[in-house]
Design a protein around this ligand. Structure first.
Ligand code: PGA
Length: 255
């Protein structure tokens, strides 16, 4: 059985003091959750170095919420994968729906970012998901299928093995509206079949597919209990150690 992976996307939240104290609490308390669940946090760029230092040697991975697709150069305001590795990150979120919609990231940019991340040894969480109007028009599989095929273009199965995929229906992010466990499971299984048709069966079976979109301590059991759901990408509920660790505990219970 795959280890569940619970990741906290802190987005553009917290002060340095709050980020440090959240990291310190997770460092102390995550020691109690045995090694059956992977845990990761994704603070804003400016907090990464401190959070990496606090969590060094703990079981909690640290990653960034985004990175640029080039290695270095005149790209004012951007951060490279090598810089993230340099401060101690092991992971990076690529293609979050807020990056796609607010910052106009295309599937092709996301594809380049995935390649750039993998080439410097970062493990990406690759996000996909449909908007409300796309679901209403029964275009979920088409949209998610395109995001996968364009996002993964040119990636070898060895590279695909390094990925986590996060299925995050855009209408469920930050809205308090979650996909039902069955709706999520159905899309997860579509994603796994798509991976299977692109790569070997082993890759499809090994790759972890997280659900994201208003996951909290109350709905975590039902969502994580679905056979195709291998973890969660948590926004709002990851900003409090209590609610985040309750989600981790749900994953531990189900392991
Ligand atoms: P949410 O965010 O849990 O606040 O809905 C999830 C995400 O955007 O990753």
């Amino acid at each position: 059985m795959k280890k569940q992976f619970i990741a906290g996307n802190w987005k553009m939240n917290l002060t340095m003091g709050e980020a440090r104290s959240l990291a310190e609490k997770l460092c102390d308390e995550s020691d109690n959750s045995d090694a059956v669940v992977d845990i990761g946090v994704f603070p804003a760029f400016v907090f990464l170095r401190d959070v990496c230092e606090i969590l060094r040697g703990s079981k909690v991975y640290v990653g960034a919420q985004n990175m640029y697709l080039e290695k270095s150069g005149a790209f004012t305001g951007e951060v490279s994968g090598a810089m993230l590795r340099d401060v101690g990150c092991t992971h990076v979120i690529i293609g979050h729906s807020e990056r796609r919609t607010i910052f106009r990231e295309t599937n092709s940019m996301i594809n380049s970012k995935l390649k750039a991340a993998l080439s410097c040894g970062l493990k990406p969480i690759f996000c996909v998901g449909e908007k409300q109007e796309e679901r209403d028009a029964e275009r979920t599989n088409e949209v998610v299928g395109n995001q996968l095929s364009e996002g993964l273009a040119g990636l070898t199965s060895e590279q695909a093995n390094e990925l986590t995929i996060a299925y995050e229906p855009v209408w469920a992010i930050g809205t308090g509206k979650t996909a039902t466990p069955e709706q999520a499971n159905e899309v997860h299984s579509f994603i796994r079949n798509t991976i299977k048709s692109k790569y070997e069966n082993d890759t499809a079976q090994c790759i972890r597919i997280q659900y994201g979109g208003s996951v909290n301590a109350e709905n975590a059991d039902n969502l994580l209990g679905q056979p195709e759901i291998d973890g969660a990408l948590v926004g709002g509920a990851s900003l409090e150690p209590g609610s985040f660790l309750d989600i981790v505990s749900a994953a531990v219970r189900l392991s």
